[in-house]
Design a protein around this ligand. Structure first.
Ligand code: GTP
Ligand code: MG
Length: 343
């Protein structure tokens, strides 16, 4: 079953219902956006002018660090402070493994029945600009729906997941006491992106040592700011340290907003998102214009050293251009040897 496209009035009706807090409409819109079904761009276009109000908080860290548990507690704490909360759990790598689903089921139970909370797990990678763009788009719908805090949970493994965490206004890296020894090795990835660090499972031994290791590693960060990166202790499963975590988070958001850094960060994100979208559109346009066979024959030509990679790239781009404008005079076929050799 493929959902049909939406008329302009259907889109504005859907978005109006989302703004009024209609959860069914919200779920429908999110599904369309996530699955990139017809009409999803119209929905996003209608939502976009209403975005920019929510604070987006990224929570990342190694598998099993307790991110879902912490995010659930965070949502509860925010609810008690009168905020509304959307949770976006991004896990395209393992849509069917127990961990994420189990974590989500526990969470669903604890937050069930509260209209001020909406939870969404994203399991697809999408084609529209990649994972970071897709996450930002889903967050845009929540933002337009009026949620004041959007929590983005993603496993901190792999470049695209790190990029997801960085679509947020503020990023928290969650580690565990046992992470202490690995912190030095992590500094290229996770250690660079955290605005706050949380050592979760602080009910276990070694938490203080981990805090010390993180602080030492932070000294070596390449990007410094006047923000003094907090390293906090939590035991999310029993709710310890969560209130202080929220205090520090809100401090960070106020710090960003007060100095114009929030706008600077958002400008960078949008600039990145624009590039991602354009790159993706160019790429898919290009892919639709060249055949697999012509591409393969170029690979073979390179493999046999009959053609250099740069000449092959020229040939492929030329054939894509020809396909885009069939009236153009024909040039060499993609399999032909380099032009120099033709004369
Ligand atoms: N001892 C202890 N266990 C915890 C704490 N927080 C979470 N856990 C447990 O750690 C396990 C993993 O928790 P999750 O919240 O699912 O971790 P996650 O980081 O979301 O895991 P993935 O999404 O699969 O990467 C669960 O069994 C939790 O009950 C804590 O503070 N202390
Ligand atoms: Mg999780």
């Amino acid at each position: 079953m493929t959902p049909s496209s939406l008329s302009t009035s259907e889109v504005s009706d859907l978005v109006a219902r989302i703004e009024q807090g209609d959860r069914v409409a919200l779920a429908r819109a999110i599904s369309r956006v996530e699955n990139e079904t017809p009409g999803s761009i119209a929905i996003l276009d209608a939502c976009f002018p209403r975005t920019g109000r929510a604070f987006r908080i990224g929570v990342t860290g190694p598998p099993g660090a307790g991110k879902s548990t912490l995010v659930t507690r965070l949502a509860q704490e925010y609810r008690s402070r009168g905020e509304t909360v959307a949770i976006v759990a991004v896990d395209p790598t393992s849509p069917f493994t127990g961990g994420a689903l189990l974590g989500d089921r526990v969470r669903m139970g604890e937050l069930a029945g509260d209209d001020g909370v909406f939870i969404r797990s994203m399991a697809t990678r999408g084609s529209m600009g990649g994972l970071a763009v897709q996450t930002a788009q889903v967050c845009d719908v929540f933002d337009a729906a009026g949620f004041s805090r959007i929590l983005i949970e993603t496993v901190g493994v792999g470049q695209s997941e790190l990029e997801v965490a960085q679509t947020a206004d503020s990023t928290t890296v969650v580690l565990v006491p046992e992470s202490g020894d690995a912190v030095q090795a992590m500094k290229a990835g996770l250690m660079e992106i955290g605005d706050l660090f949380v050592v979760n499972k602080a009910d276990r031994d070694g938490a203080d040592r981990a805090v010390f290791a993180i602080r030492s590693a932070l000294e070596l960060r390449s990007i410094r700011s006047e923000w003094n990166v907090p390293v906090l202790l939590t035991a999310a499963s029993i709710g310890r340290g969560v209130s202080e975590y929220v205090e520090r988070l809100e401090e960070h958001l106020a710090f960003l907003a007060g100095r114009g850094d929030l706008e600077r960060r958002r400008r960078e994100r949008l600039s990145q998102r624009l590039d991602d979208l354009v790159r993706d559109r160019l790429w898919s346009g290009f892919r639709s214009r060249v055949t697999r066979e012509s591409r393969e024959s170029l690979v073979v030509a390179m493999l046999e050293r009959r053609m250099t990679p740069h000449v092959a790239a020229d040939r492929l781009l030329e054939s894509a251009e020809r396909a885009a404008s069939p009236t153009a005079p024909p040039t060499a076929s993609p399999t032909a040897p380099p032009r120099d050799a033709e004369t």
